[in-house]
Design a protein around this ligand. Structure first.
Ligand SMILES: N[C@@H](CCC(=O)N[C@@H](CS)C(=O)NCC(=O)O)C(=O)O
Length: 218
C-alpha cells in the first residue's frame, strides 16, 4: 500500500502517525501526478491528499476513511486504535468530527487566512479560537477521567492542535491551551507517544519550509 502525502498536511499527518504507531506496511510517497490538475482529479476523484492506494490499485481518500480502513484491515496492530466499547468508539468519532467540523472550520482555517495575510479581524479570530477550544475542553470533560488507550480521535485532533500552537500567536494568543487545563493535559498525553511527537515535529518543520517557500515566491 502507498500513502500519497504532503509533508505539511495535517490530514496526511494523521495517517502517518497511525502508520508509525503501529508499524503498518504502507509506503509514504509524494502525489504521483501534480495536485490541482485534470490528471490528479481523474485518478483521485476527491482531488485532495492524503490518498491511500491499495496494492490492487483501488484508492481511498479522506483521512478519516483511510484511518478506519487501516485500523480495520490491520487487525493485529491497527484495531488497538479502534475502541471495542461502542460508547468510547462514539467518543472517538466525536473527537475526530470536533477536530474537522468545529476546530478546523471555525478556528484553524481563519488562522491560516491570517497567516496568508488575507484575514482582517484578528480579534474575532482570537475570540472564535477561544470559543472552539472551550468546546473541546467541555467535550473532553464529558468523556470522564478514566484512563484509556490512544484512539483515532486523538490522532485526528493532534495535528490540528499542532497548527493552532503555531498560528495562534498571530492573533495574540501565545499558548492556546493556557486557559484550558484538561485540553492541555490531553495535549501533553498525546505528545508522550513518540510517533505522535515525531510526526508533529516533521509537520511543524514542513509548515515553516512551506511558508518560507511562499514568501520567497512573493
Ligand atoms: N477532509 C480531507 C481534507 C484533505 C485536504 O484538505 N488536503 C489538502 C492538504 S492539507 C489538499 O489536498 N490540498 C490540495 C488542494 O486543495 O489542492 C481529509 O481529511 O483528508
Amino acid at each position: 500500500m502507498k500513502l500519497y502525502n504532503l509533508p505539511h498536511s495535517p490530514y496526511a499527518a494523521r495517517v502517518r502517525i497511525q502508520i508509525r504507531l503501529q508499524n503498518l506496511p504502507v509506503e509514504v510517497a509524494p502525489p504521483p501526478v501534480p495536485l490541482r490538475t485534470e490528471a490528479f482529479m481523474e485518478r483521485f476523484p476527491l482531488g485532495k491528499v492524503p490518498v491511500l492506494e491499495l496494492d490492487g490499485g483501488e484508492t481511498i481518500a479522506e483521512s478519516w476513511a483511510i484511518m478506519e480502513y487501516l485500523a480495520e484491515v490491520n487487525a493485529e496492530g491497527g484495531s488497538a486504535l479502534l475502541p471495542g466499547d461502542a460508547l468510547v468508539r462514539a467518543q472517538m468519532r466525536m473527537l475526530g468530527r470536533y477536530a474537522d467540523l468545529h476546530l478546523a472550520v471555525n478556528a484553524l482555517f481563519p488562522l491560516f487566512r491570517a497567516a496568508m495575510g488575507t484575514a482582517g479581524d484578528t480579534a474575532g479570530i482570537a475570540q472564535n479560537l477561544r470559543a472552539e477550544l472551550a468546546k473541546g475542553e467541555r467535550l473532553l470533560a464529558s468523556f470522564g477521567d478514566a484512563e484509556r488507550p490512544l484512539h483515532l480521535g486523538d490522532i485526528a485532533l493532534a495535528p490540528t492542535m499542532l497548527y493552532l500552537h503555531e498560528l495562534a500567536p498571530l492573533v495574540g494568543i501565545a499558548d492556546p491551551l493556557a486557559e484550558f487545563p484538561r485540553f492541555a493535559g490531553w495535549w501533553k498525553w498525546v505528545n508522550s507517544f513518540a510517533p505522535v511527537r515525531e510526526v508533529l515535529e516533521e509537520v511543524r518543520v514542513a509548515y515553516h519550509a512551506f511558508i518560507e517557500g511562499l514568501a520567497a515566491k512573493a
